[in-house]
Design a protein around this ligand. Sequence first.
Ligand code: FES
Ligand code: FES
Length: 210
Amino acid sequence: MKRKKSKQTQPAADSGVSRRDFLRGAGVAVSGSILAGEGLLHAAADAPGAVRGPGETEVVLRINGKQQTMTVEPRVTLLDAMRDRLDMTGAKRVCDRGTCGACTVMLDGKIAYACSVLAIEAEGRDITTIEGLVPEGKLTPVMQAFVDNDAQQCGFCTPGFVMAMTALVKHNPNPTPAEVDLALSGNLCRCGTYHGQKAAALQAAKAMRA
Ligand code: FES
Ligand code: FES
């Protein structure tokens, strides 16, 4: 099948302007708009609360029901803010690119990768971490099911799995094995304890129903 040629702008051919002139002109126009944009940015930054950053800014997070105030650059992820500023190391940093699920937390009750959310974006939301599941140090049914089913080896992925599994049984108290697979598909375990984790999810759901 013949491909339709896309139309291209040809400034040099019929306008008497060389390609080099065109590019030079475009460069000036672009840098002009960048400068204008910077000016606007600075002007906006002067208005209180309008623009934050690029330097450090105060961020208030509600984590496990507690207000936490810190100063971070807007580019800092929720995961790094929690681990580096609050010493909350339950959520793990493994891939740091939204692939492995080791950093799983809940935002307003729904699971999220903390490495893929900026701290500043998480303001005003209810953040729940693995630390928040056991305020009294007692194992939850999901955690107990992990123990009972030997669902961990090195344990590095475990907090992320526990968070994903907790969200699953909360929203679906009677999941099928296929639904468990789907719910845990965003988490990876390098030790390969998937069989135990699946059994743990089914046991936890049963315990929660009871
Ligand atoms: S560390 Fe966040 S998904 Fe892997
Ligand atoms: S238990 Fe080791 S990575 Fe999952």
